[in-house]
Design a protein around this ligand. Sequence first.
Ligand code: NOJ
Length: 506
Amino acid sequence: MEVFLWTFVAFSVVLNRVTGSHVPENSGVCFPRGFAFGVATASYQIEGAWNISGKGESIWDRYTHAHPERVFDHNNGDVAADSYHQWREDVALLKHLGVSFYRFSISWSRILPSGFSNEVNEDGIKYYAELISALESNNIAPVVTMYHWDLPQPLQDLGGWTNPIMADYFVDYATVLFDRFSSSVKMWITFNEPLSFCHDGYGGDDAPGGRSSGIETYMCGHNVLRAHGKVYKLYQDRKKQNKAPGWIGITLDMPWMEPATTAREDQEAAEIARQFIFGWFAHPIFSKEGDYPEIMRKRIDEKSRVQNFARSRLPHFTANEVRSIKGSFDFLGLNHYTTYLASPAESHSPGKEPTFEDDMGVRITQKENWPKSNSTWLRIVPWGFRRALNWIKTSYNNPPTLVTENGISLAPGTHDPKRINYIDSYLRALHDAILKDKCHVIGYTYWSLIDNFEWMRGFSERFGLYQVDYTSPKRTRTARLSASYFGQVANTLCLPENYVEYTVTN
Ligand code: NOJ
């Protein structure tokens, strides 16, 4: 308990200057003093300037240029919200909101155009240095994601995350970031959602466009975990030398997996899905045993045998790697948006192509009457958030957790009461998880500050508290109703009373 309190206070020194001056018109639902509210973005989704001032090509530049037809609206991130030029405006919005931290990502190819650290692009360094210093002068803590999916293309040409050497190149990149920015940046996130970029990038539709689910997917995950362990160690060694306080973690995404019925098979299926979808990355880092979840090892080993592979498609860590990855966190970054129902899937025949889905063997659905967003995968299920947080607490000994993303996409427009409903209902679930269930959550990040390039969905899905006008030269930002709601929460740490009609409808 003492440790719990200590970390809460320590994190809040970095993340939160707000002392919790509660306003009278609140609902009585208030977060603890020191709890931090922030917003997030990512480089490729907002910056634009894809080939300006020395930036190299990333896999998303290459992929969207080569395959515009694969992106829903045939758009790309060449200009996006133009934050490379409009960042002062972004900082003004952050200030206006009153958030205590801003989570953004650094584009590897803006800093190291070829991916390698032999050539550093000083213009890229300057861009982030100015942004960070403007945040500092406004008392907004920078929370920096080192990798939010935009791998330098030259590294992809070497196999990208399927090549084990990528772990060393990631260490080189991290060394440059720590050298240049760690006097100001105290919260680092190595990777954003490895499940997404390994599963969708190497086995699905995202960049680099690999379609080798069940093989490259696991190679990617393996090397990302190795890279994470190495960079965690690098940061700890540096911390020992200069005693600078700072924290480093990883952001994992966890939708809640609810059994479709109370039947034992459905409960088992839900647990298998949690282990494949979250435990794949969380177990090696956050469990006391380390390494991949047993059920993943067992299922993939067995499937590989039946499919006549000479060895398991899920690679093995060495004993040293298990040790160095286990415990490699100061906090867990958690992205949570929605909930699914799980039941056993019909099994594939052995002759079929191996896939992650077949290995998992779980059928995933959603209830038709759960309220919708503008994204097919995202329905509003706030109680699932509380369950996910409790599952993490029980499975991994209640790690300090920063919610690094939660949000909803809606149609364009600035009148967005449904977004307020979403945030408010998820924050109530979070409040219960913290105050009633004692889940160790230190802060909440809304995704996203502004509308941005939603990957394969282009600009068609809008998550921003601020709307971006993609037809205007300056990509004009306009506050939505939800911006003033969220600003009030961030400033008071309390949910406002009767801000909007809270009933969530379809
Ligand atoms: C997760 C990703 O980190 C982010 O890039 C994406 O835009 C949001 N979820 C919404 O899908």
